[in-house]
Design a protein around this ligand. Structure first.
Ligand code: KG4
Ligand code: ZN
Length: 406
């Protein structure tokens, strides 16, 4: 079965098409196409994501990305005879005039592609951005008569951590054009997910498929947000996480490493599994105020000390929550899980067989993880949604009824 997935929750417009087996005991799929168009360069001038700009860019980019994804998947077939369309798209795409125009120009010129399901992120994220993807899914569904499976973006991050390239793919020769195949690694519930991104810092307990309970979360800034804000104080470009990580690594590998700064480890002994990063950010700000000139050396030592503080808190709380909840596995996903220091520190503290960290190429936002979540929901026979009832919800949280996307 084939799934088309759409992801527009933040500043990445992403479309993926996968072909999965029907085997619930050994879920695996080939990636026919996996496209991510990042708007990072556009948003960099604002030092963060600007929602109305993100919405406009998604509306502009979805049709070209769909076209490319269908082409790459060998699913693009031009129509010989152009019938006049009777779809009522104006209503569905009334808030996305640019997308409506491109939709009406392109979709009637192609045959209905051989896909079985449309998976779309309907929250959480920037609501105007989410709506573009949701309305696009609705328009495609009503035109092609395909069912829609709504997917929680954070569930996508959880499943991205469980994806592993098949052995023969790992050995594949360079230049091979055969599609990449992913297996879902077998897990035994309960599991604990550490989700760390620009918008979220959460510890989520899952006792069964699609059942979630948030056992810890940030009280203020998300960890990625803290990375980005500290990077800004250090005059580093957006997004700051990778920049801080790079500088910190230079200190870590240098021979005459001196700590220079030591920042607080907030909420380390709070007795719960919550986080707080705003105080840490303020501590960096005060430390920098005492400094006359921000030299490259000081930038590096601040980046290092900040990353050490963040890593220690994240890892200690995750290990403590895992012990407390008695889980069999820990899964780690979201943009910040690309961080080398955090990955290494988690690997040091946890057994290899119980730790699943997202492959680096799937840590950031992408539609492949949404396709994977949609695929598993399909295999577990969870219901699709009537598009009239489908909405986007920027504040959607994991947890709640198994049959609902919450
Ligand atoms: O999951 P993601 O791509 O988007 C959201 O849903 O937020 O996460 C983006 C966040 C940004 O804050 C970025 O600075 C951070 O992930 N990030 C990193 C690294 N790579 C990306 N933070 C620390 N170290 C990294 N290597
Ligand atoms: Zn994300």
């Amino acid at each position: 079965m084939k799934i088309l997935a759409i992801e527009t929750s933040c500043d990445e417009t992403a479309i993926a098409i996968i072909e999965g087996t029907e085997d619930i005991h050994n879920p695996r799929f080939s990636v026919l196409s996996n496209l991510v168009l990042s708007q990072v360069a556009l948003h960099a001038q604002y030092g963060g994501v600007f929602p109305s700009l993100a919405k406009r860019e998604h509306a502009k980019n979805l049709i070209p990305l769909l076209k490319q994804a269908l082409e790459e998947s060998n699913l693009l077939q031009p129509k010989n005879t152009l019938e006049s369309t009777t779809y009522n798209l104006q209503l569905i795409l009334e808030h996305e005039p640019e997308l409506l125009k491109q939709f009406e120009d392109f979709i009637p010129t192609i045959e209905t592609p051989d896909i079985d399901l449309i998976a779309v992120t309907n929250g959480p994220g920037l609501e105007p951005a989410l709506w573009v993807g949701v309305n696009f899914a609705k328009a495609l569904s009503s035109t092609w008569g395909k069912p829609v499976m709504p997917v929680n973006h954070m569930e996508g991050h959880i499943f991205s951590a469980l994806l592993k390239k098949s052995q023969k793919d790992a050995e594949k020769n360079e230049g091979s054009t055969a599609p990449t195949t992913y297996n879902l690694q077998p897990i035994t519930f309960p599991i604990l997910a550490l989700l760390i991104s620009g918008g979220h810092t959460e510890l989520v307990l899952s006792k069964d498929w699609f059942t979630y309970e948030i056992v810890g979360q940030t009280r203020d800034d998300a960890v990625g947000e803290a990375f980005d804000k500290v990077a800004r104080m250090l005059d580093l470009p957006y997004p700051g996480g990778p920049q801080i990580s790079k500088l910190a690594e230079e200190v870590r590998i240098s021979e005459n490493k001196t700590d220079g700064f030591v920042f607080p480890r907030p909420m380390m002994h709070s007795g719960d599994f919550n986080f707080s990063f705003s105080g840490l950010k303020t501590a960096v700000l005060y430390a920098l105020k005492k400094i006359e000139t921000l030299t490259p050396e000081i930038k590096k030592t601040v980046a290092y000390a900040f990353e050490e503080a963040v890593t220690e808190v994240l890892v200690k709380k995750t290990v403590a929550a895992a012990e407390d909840c008695g889980v069999h596995a820990i899964v780690v996903g979201g943009g910040v899980s690309a961080n080398k220091r955090i990955r290494e520190s988690l690997s040091d503290k946890l057994q290899d067989e119980s730790l699943f960290i997202a492959p680096i190429n799937l840590t950031g936002d992408n539609a492949l993880m949404i396709a994977a979540a949609g695929y598993l929901r399909y295999l577990h026979k969870l219901p699709t949604i009537d598009i009239k009832a489908l909405t986007a919800n920027g504040n959607m949280r994991l947890g709640g009824n198994k049959n609902m996307v919450q």
